[in-house]
Design a protein around this ligand. Structure first.
Ligand code: URA
Length: 200
């Protein structure tokens, strides 16, 4: 099976998921989108209103900001993969509950396993804390985080590279945070080169 076929199959399974209460309150599942051979994968928190309407991740105001930042560092959105911790919109845009993030976790792990990104970029603390529960975004943002995560093709632990950012929606209307996010974003190309050069 090709990566695309595996992802299509996974997307169908996600579309039929009702492991938590979020599915009952949203219009549709937003699985994620992008290139199956992406070297970089962005992980946000969960779909908002616009994402729920269109079935695509990061297509509202935060998404527009993300697109602008991608353009600034010469990355095309379609060459990346963009997903979320939860695939269904929490009502009133509340934070996903731990049990909802937990229920959706196997889907995210499957996505990572299929795409095999060299670098995973966290969009916000919720995404980062799924992988690094003890990190604080105020300290970890703009830094490369490395952790044994999954197995490589030889069956030994794989060193996965991660990079944490403030959430674009949080930074959008906060001058200081916006500046920090823009500066951190500019560090992505170097982090990606490093992650690729150390490829496991
Ligand atoms: N915020 C997120 O975390 N994800 C989206 O898809 C949109 C906004």
């Amino acid at each position: 099976m090709t990566k695309q076929e595996k992802l299509n199959e996974l997307n169908q399974k996600m579309a039929a998921c009702s492991r938590c209460v979020l599915r009952a309150g949203c219009k549709q599942v937003v699985p994620g989108e992008g290139s199956t051979s992406a070297g970089i994968m962005f992980i946000g928190e969960g779909p908002g209103k616009k994402e729920d309407e269109l079935g695509r991740p990061f297509v509202g105001a935060a998404g527009k900001f993300l697109d602008e930042m991608l353009e600034k560092i010469g990355l095309k959105r379609e060459d990346t993969y963009i997903a979320n911790v939860v695939k269904c919109r929490p009502l009133e845009n509340r934070d996903p509950l731990p049990e909802e993030a937990e229920a959706c976790w196997p889907w995210l792990l499957e996505q990572i396993k299929i795409i095999e990104p060299k670098l995973i970029v966290f969009l916000g603390r919720h995404s980062m804390n799924r992988f690094f529960p003890d990190e604080k975004i105020s300290e970890a943002h703009g830094k490369l985080l490395i952790k044994d995560f999954g197995l490589n093709s030889g069956g030994s632990p794989k060193k996965q590279h991660f990079f944490a950012l403030y959430h674009p929606a949080a930074a959008l209307y906060n001058g200081g945070m916006r500046e920090t996010l823009l500066n951190d974003f500019k560090k992505i190309p170097k982090a990606l080169i490093l992650a690729k050069s150390r490829g496991t």
